[in-house]
Design a protein around this ligand. Sequence first.
Ligand SMILES: C[S@@+](CC[C@H](N)C(=O)[O-])C[C@H]1O[C@@H](n2cnc3c(N)ncnc32)[C@H](O)[C@@H]1O
Length: 176
Amino acid sequence: MLIIGEGDGRFLSKLVNRFPGIKVDCIEGSSRMIAQARRRLPDEADVNFLHVNALDWKYPVKKYDAIITCFFLDCFKERTLREWMPKIASSLGDNGEWLVTEFRELNGGVRGLVSYVLIKIMYCFFRRITNLEASSLPDWPAIFRANGLSQSEVFENESSMINFTIWRWGKCSQNS
Ligand SMILES: C[S@@+](CC[C@H](N)C(=O)[O-])C[C@H]1O[C@@H](n2cnc3c(N)ncnc32)[C@H](O)[C@@H]1O
């Protein structure tokens, strides 16, 4: 499994505790985050941390059964994702799955307006305190589709600004 932009290891530690024996490559650009993530892991965890820029790394071909990105794609502009996506997608095995957790804008009405404003505030805040590239949510699903991936499952509820989706190669019949 490959995790990109893991952060401080909260997700990773739950994953390795839930699935002992799982092998994980974990790309993270911040050494501070890697140090925090290491501290959360049990000694026996088989995790290979890669302190690299995910946009430049030379991805191995069709190596991974699963790729996981949580709140990573929304850090980048669409132009960056369009260039990066073919490299990373090539490392997903033929039967592999890409699991994505991301923010989303809600559709229509007061909810839609509130989610639009909250996301604007969030980007303003994070652009002030980090060197975040993006200033709005990129249309990453369109870029996934353009690279031959299809959404196979979606977990969301209509009032939540976060959703979780699973993507596979080819055409899928979507479950929700
Ligand atoms: C918004 S945080 C998400 C962290 C975590 N996945 C979560 O859900 O809380 C994005 C993470 O990606 C890392 N990151 C951002 N750009 C990166 C890059 N180009 N290469 C590697 N890691 C990067 C950051 O250091 C940060 O830990």
